[in-house]
Design a protein around this ligand. Structure first.
Ligand code: DAH
Length: 358
């Protein structure tokens, strides 16, 4: 019979050196398989004399157990090493790459809309909308501008071709028809602003055929001219980010408000440079007034019970004033260099808490 210690050591060394599960299986078959070395020795036990057989049997069993235990340990070691290697090879880097700065820019008109919505939103106004293509009633008649009223000429209206009923739709000349639509479809109290596109057949240094306005409307039982003044003074200071900017209410005329006013803000033009703030000069920025009883009546609201104020302003104009943009027409040139210069970084959403402008 072979030297069992030597056999065991030889097998244990081979097991420790096995570099994969296949190699280990080959060692197992060669030692413990049906024709394996240990198995063959077991088979030979029968030929030994009885007194030797017992000791040899115990020795062989010990070898067999040691080898089986070593193979099992090596097997789980190799399996977990293989798993570790597979996991390492499979690993996904879930960290995001650093993003390059966004190339796009927010147009100053959009930025100004967002700033206006942020300010009036804080005062409890919500945003309302209406169509760009309006009928005569909403754009004029319901706003106390009947046919033949001189204010219709002032508006340089774009008319669409007559329809079968002989009516001509218009491109809305102001955002004021949204007042009418809002009052027709919602019961008071109301508190809305309506930013949007407007159109007039006019084109020169200071006019473009399409431009933007924002309309404001409050209807309830108690709002008066004092509220109108407080609200718009607060707006001017917040929007221009000049806390003590002088604000002046100048009597004016609009068919849909009575009394009506225009709002001027203080500025200086010293050295040819326009600066918002104190300085003795004035700049007109918006029209406003108490909603005319006839407008309330046209919307089915009782003027003996309800009242309120309205205002309207041009977006391009207040954007030019705040951001020092000299030429109105450049807003619509779609010039990337202009947009890179005057545009705003995306995601810098204006809020009153963090500041309107980045
Ligand atoms: N709709 C007027 C315009 O386009 C602006 C305006 C003035 C709107 C006074 C109003 C207002 O709501 O009360 O010129």
């Amino acid at each position: 019979m072979e030297d069992l210690d030597q056999l065991r050591d030889e097998l244990l060394t081979a097991i420790a050196a096995a570099d994969g599960l296949d190699a280990l299986e080959a060692i197992r078959v060669a030692a413990l398989g049906r024709k394996g070395r240990v198995t063959e020795l077991m088979k030979g036990l029968g030929q030994l004399a009885a007194d030797q057989r017992r000791a040899a049997g115990q020795g062989l069993n010990a070898v067999k157990t040691a080898v089986a235990v070593a193979i099992e340990a090596r097997q789980s070691g190799l399996a977990s090493a293989a798993l570790d290697a597979a996991l390492a090879a499979d690993r996904i880097d879930i960290t995001l790459p650093v993003r390059p700065q966004a190339q796009g820019r927010i147009h100053p008109i959009s930025q100004t809309f967002d700033e206006i919505v942020a300010i009036f939103g804080e005062m409890g106004f919500s945003v309302a909308e209406g169509p760009d293509i309006e009928d005569d009633f909403h754009n004029f008649t319901a706003l106390n501008i009947p046919p033949e009223h001189p204010a219709r000429q002032m508006h340089d209206t774009f008319y669409l071709p007559e329809n079968a009923a002989g009516d001509r739709m218009v491109l809305r000349t102001h955002t004021s028809p949204v007042q009418i639509r809002t009052m027709q479809s919602n019961p008071p109290p109301l508190r809305i602003i309506a930013p949007g596109r407007t159109y007039r057949c006019d084109s020169d240094m200071t006019h473009t055929p399409m431009f933007h306005q924002v309309e404001g409307l409050i209807i309830d039982k108690t709002t008066h001219m004092g509220h109108l003044k407080g609200c718009l003074i607060e707006f001017c200071r917040a929007y221009f980010e000049v806390p003590d900017v002088p604000v002046r209410f100048r009597p004016s005329y609009f068919p849909f408000t009575e009394p009506s006013a225009e709002v001027d803000i203080g500025c200086s033009r010293a050295g040819g440079e326009l600066k918002i703030g104190t300085g003795g000069d004035w700049l007109e920025i918006l029209g406003c007034g108490m909603v005319h009883p006839k407008v309330l009546l046209a919307c089915g609201i009782d003027p003996n019970e309800y009242q309120g104020f309205a205002f309207g302003m041009g977006i391009e104009r207040i954007a030019m004033l705040k951001y020092g943009i000299p030429d109105l027409r450049t807003f619509f040139d779609a010039d990337m260099r202009w947009l890179r210069h005057y545009g705003f970084v995306p995601l810098e959403v204006p809020t009153l808490l963090r500041g309107l402008t980045p």
